[in-house]
Design a protein around this ligand. Structure first.
Ligand SMILES: NC(=O)c1ccc[n+]([C@@H]2O[C@H](COP(=O)([O-])OP(=O)(O)OC[C@H]3O[C@@H](n4cnc5c(N)ncnc54)[C@H](OP(=O)(O)O)[C@@H]3O)[C@@H](O)[C@H]2O)c1
Length: 331
């Protein structure tokens, strides 16, 4: 079969290649074989190829943590049998999805309704589930409270803004491009400011009459992440969930000690492992509903055939791209 492969870690455009002689995988008991249709290029895929992600590749490796496909065969077990022939959102369990076929456990394929287009089914899990889990499960932001977020114009950031509208929390959004202010306000952002207009914590204190915020999330790290943490009010909680700047957050312990503030990490893979199956089933239902009503919609800015993976990863890594880049694998 055809698959995107890399044999060493490095920047995606330098290390990825398309091969058409990769053996088609054979599912074992509890696993399913999925014929892939489409898969997005997420920041986590690019970090994975660079060897900077929480999971290390075993070479030769294939990237692609999510996507949509059709279950072609089951390796045995009741769930796999039930899923056979279904169009499903595919969460990778180590073997990547940028290939004509992938295998994963039957628990990690989620049937999607036929009215959900492939591009939205392909982006069903990583960002929608993280946006819900961080705001509704981990931070449990009450209605009326402010949530501060950086990189607010990201696909996930836009979902968080719409979740704020839906569940009544207010979003304070940090962007790096001024032209995103109006776009995010149209989506329902309550406040938007540009990170280069001054330290984030100063801008936050200006907006909150000096108190700061009780809830914050940051995928940038570095100076911006440091300033997001410094924006916390007494009793405030901040989740660090990405490293877009590539630099560490610096925290003066005195800042956390006074006011008993809390900073933690969030990784969807770990969070999902800790959930009961009933919560995950409820989450999948929630995601289906919230994609359908537009709350967890992903803007797709370009679609590339698998053969053009190098152009696709270059586009996905570019600044100001405005949404997700998708790989079309089959139709
Ligand atoms: N921990 C988890 O489980 C988890 C799950 C899902 C996502 N994430 C993380 O969430 C983040 C967003 O993901 P996504 O798919 O929504 O991304 P995306 O759609 O590709 O958007 C990336 C956004 O980040 C901004 N950005 C990039 N580098 C930046 C920097 N150095 N400083 C400030 N802003 C920067 C970009 O701004 P421009 O538009 O100006 O280029 C863009 O708005 C990523 O870090 C991803 O790894 C983590």
């Amino acid at each position: 079969m055809k698959a995107v492969v890399f044999d060493r870690s490095g920047p995606a455009p330098e290390v990825l290649s398309v091969r058409d002689d990769v053996p088609k995988p054979v599912p074992r008991w509890g696993q399913v074989l999925v014929r892939m249709r489409a898969s997005p290029i997420n920041p986590s895929d690019l970090m994975y190829t660079e060897g900077k992600y929480g999971l290390r590749p075993e070479f030769p490796a294939t990237p692609g943590f999510e996507g949509v496909g059709v279950v072609e065969a089951s390796g045995g077990g009741p769930l796999g049998w039930l899923r056979k022939g279904k169009r499903v959102a595919v969460v990778s369990s180590g073997r990547g999805n940028w290939a004509e076929y992938t295998i994963t456990t039957a628990r990690q394929v989620i049937p999607v309704p036929h009215e959900l287009p492939d591009d939205q089914a392909a982006t069903f899990f990583v960002n929608p589930a993280s946006a819900i889990a961080m705001t509704r499960d981990v931070l449990r932001i009450p209605p009326g409270e402010w949530l501060l977020q950086s990189a607010a114009g990201s696909s996930l950031g836009k979902m968080v803004i719409r979740l704020g509208k839906k569940y009544g929390f207010r979003t304070m959004n940090v962007v790096r491009r001024r032209e995103q202010i109006e776009e995010l306000k149209q989506l329902g952002a309550d406040a938007v400011f540009v990170q280069s207009d001054g330290p984030v914590d100063e801008q936050v204190r200006h907006l909150t009459g000096g108190t700061g915020v009780r809830y914050a999330i940051d995928p940038v790290g570095g100076r911006i992440g440091t300033e997001v943490v410094a924006s916390l009010a007494g009793g405030g909680r901040c989740l660090l969930y990405g490293l877009l700047s590539g630099n560490p957050v610096q925290v003066d312990p005195r800042l956390l000690i006074t006011g008993s503030k809390w900073v933690g990490g969030f990784w969807l893979a770990d969070w999902a492992k800790g959930q009961r199956i009933l919560r995950l089933l409820r989450l999948f239902k929630q995601v289906r509903r919230l994609i359908a009503d537009g709350t967890l919609h992903s803007d797709i800015v370009a679609t590339y055939p698998l053969n053009d993976v190098i152009a696709a990863v270059r586009h996905a890594a570019a600044d100001a791209k405005g949404g997700k880049v998708l790989l079309q694998i089959s139709s």
